[in-house]
Design a protein around this ligand. Sequence first.
Ligand code: UDP
Length: 373
Amino acid sequence: MQILLVGAGLSGAVIGRKLAEAGHSCRIIDARSHIGGNCHTERDADTGVMMHVYGPHIFHTDDQEVWNYVNGFAEFLPFQNRVKSTTQGAVYSLPINLLTINQFFGKTMRPDEARDFIAGQADRTIEDPQNFEEQALRFVGRDLYEAFFKGYTEKQWGCAPTELPASILKRLPVRFNYDDNYFFHRFQGMPKDGYTPMIAAIMDHPNITVQLDTPYSADMTATVDHVFWSGPLDGFFGYDLGRLGYRTLDFERFTHDGDYQGCAVMNYGDRDVPWTRITEHKHFSPWEIHDGSVCYREYSRAAGPQDIPYYPIRLVKEKALLADYIARARATEGVTFVGRLGTYRYLDMDVTIREAMDTADAFLNCARRGTAP
Ligand code: UDP
């Protein structure tokens, strides 16, 4: 079969590879001039530092098969994300852990004491948290919420935390020990040479052609048997029902001699600091030595039509529109919608790869049986 994959990110690469290995002919196109989507990495021309061009990407997963898969295409080196937060005039350890709690409240509690203490802080009147704020108040109480989550979240999402789903906070744990690893997954690491060579290796197959600087046009489908669309879901339909909301990011680049902040990611919890976080990229490759340093101050705002979409917003308004687009997507024969943009979900890289593998397998099973995918 002739397959067109729109988008040269993780979804397009993984699906393309599986289909290519099964003997199908895959054409992957991307409007940008590089592969990798928002996982793209490249070396800074001045300092040689490996840059996460579209913001920090740390690979973490509990999925053994996904971990084996990525290790088949890149050498991964150990990396643990140890995020800090500057808030209310001090620096703390994230995710909220025993060090954070003891420092924040000026105490020397052991785990059980801290657990009881935080339970006393928590708002027990909220039984079934309906939104981000309620979730935070229920689990950590008002003081920690206001220091670490309220301001950051208002900056990141541009709305009151009461308007956001509780699920966003559920991404973050609270630990009653000194484990400051941001992620709790069994496998965590960073590709030694960045994500882009890994994605290039996935796409490196004789049955795959990749064309960059190539925007999709409807006439491309005339000669293909199936399309995998990892561009924006609403974009496929020309936005004719309206636009699904996204947050976009602006990165303000600056350089520094030596070490600027001593860690890869420093969050800023105060509302009156306009950026959400500062990323110092060389700390993502701690095995490399660089004298110079490159940092990004990261600002979040509502995405306009020309901006790169990063985070799907998924508030009530978007959910109604999303349901309409999903109904149309289901009714569109010959096209499968995949990935963060194609399904309008806040997906981590490992989940994106898992879903891409499963989508490709399901497609191949249908193709073997001669049924429609
Ligand atoms: N968050 C917060 N304070 C922080 C870090 C995160 O309030 O210091 C909230 C914020 O709403 C964010 C969400 O938790 O969108 C998920 O955080 P995560 O670090 O997973 O965000 P990502 O790195 O994917 O942007």
